[in-house]
Design a protein around this ligand. Sequence first.
Ligand code: KG4
Ligand code: ZN
Length: 340
Amino acid sequence: MSKQNIYILGIESSCDDTSASVLCNDTVLSNVVATQKIHEEFGGVVPELASRAHQQNIVPVVHQAIKEANINKEQLHAIAFTRGPGLMGSLLVGTSFAKSLAFGLDIPLIDVNHMQAHILAHFIAEDGFTKPTFPFLGMTISGGHTQIVKVNSHFNMEVIGETIDDAVGEAYDKSGKTLGLGYPAGPEIDKRAQLGNPKAFQFTKPKVAGLNFSFSGFKTAVLYFIQREVKKNPNFIAENLNDICASIQYTIIGILMDKLKLATKETGIKHIAIGGGVSANSGIRKALKEGEQKFGWTTYIPKFEFTTDNAAMIGIVGYLKYLEKDFAKSDVMASSRLKI
Ligand code: KG4
Ligand code: ZN
C-alpha cells in the first residue's frame, strides 16, 4: 500500500519576513517570502512597522504559496505556524491567521519553535543535500540568534551555548552602520572581505566562558576604532574599506570557530549543521570545510533559501510533528521568548 501524501502549510512571521510554504511530506512545493523593505531606511527592524506589514502581506503570501504548490486549500492536512521566539506583534499576526484558517478548514494546528525550525530545515528533502545523522551540533547564526545546540533527535535538543548580548548578525549590521554601509550589512561586508587583508587591523576577541558568545563589546570596539582613525584621517574608511571588512570578518569567524571547536571537544560530536542568515557567509562556509579536513568534521550547510527566515522550515517541523500527532490546542498563544 502506498504511503498517503501529507500536505502541510507552514507560516512564518516572527521578525521581518512574511512567509508561507506548502510541503508534500518532506518536499517543498512552494516557499514564498515577502521581505519587508520598510526597515532598510531605519537601519534595523522596527517592530510596530513589522506587524503592520505582516498584516498586509499574510493573505497574499499564503494565497501565492498554495497557488504555486498547485493544490487547493482543502487538500491541506495541517497548518504549522511560528509560535516564537520573535517579535510579539509579528508573531500574533501569524498565530491568529493560522488558528483561523485551521479552524475554518477543520484541520489540526501545529505550533513550531522558530529556533528548532532553523535546525530542522536540514530535514527538508533536497537534491544534492544530505540530512544530518543524530546526534549533531546545530549552530544557528543570524540577525536575531546565535546558538549552539546539541541535537539528540528531532525534538530532543539542548542549547549548550548562546549569546549573552547581541547576535552575530547584529555585529555585522552594526559594524556596517559604523562604516556607512546599508542595512543589512552582512552580505556587503562579506563581499568586501574577500577582497581585503584579514590581518590589516586587529580586534580583540571577547572572553566569554564556556560555549556562550558576546558580540556587543566587539561592535563597540569597531566603533571606537573607526572614530579614532577617522579623526586622524577623514578618508580612512574609504581608503581601507575592504581591509576593514576583511578584518571584521576574520575576527567574527574566529569567534564562531573557537566556540565550535570547543563544542566538538566537550560533546565528542563532530557533525555540525549551520543555519540562519549568517550561514550564507563565505568565511564561515570556508572555515567549516577546512574543519572537515583538519578535524574530521562532517558539516551540513543548507540551501540558501532555507537559511534565512522562511516558512519551509516551519513546514518541515509541521510535517515531523504531524507524524507524531503532536498538535496544538486551539487556545495556543504566541510566545516571544519561547525556549528550545
Ligand atoms: O536569518 P536572517 O535572514 O534573519 C534573522 O532572523 O535575523 O538573518 C539576517 C542576518 C543579517 O544580520 C545579515 O546581515 C546577515 O544575516 N547576513 C550575513 C550574510 N548574509 C546575511 N552576514 C554575513 N555574511 C553574509 N553573507
Ligand atoms: Zn530566524
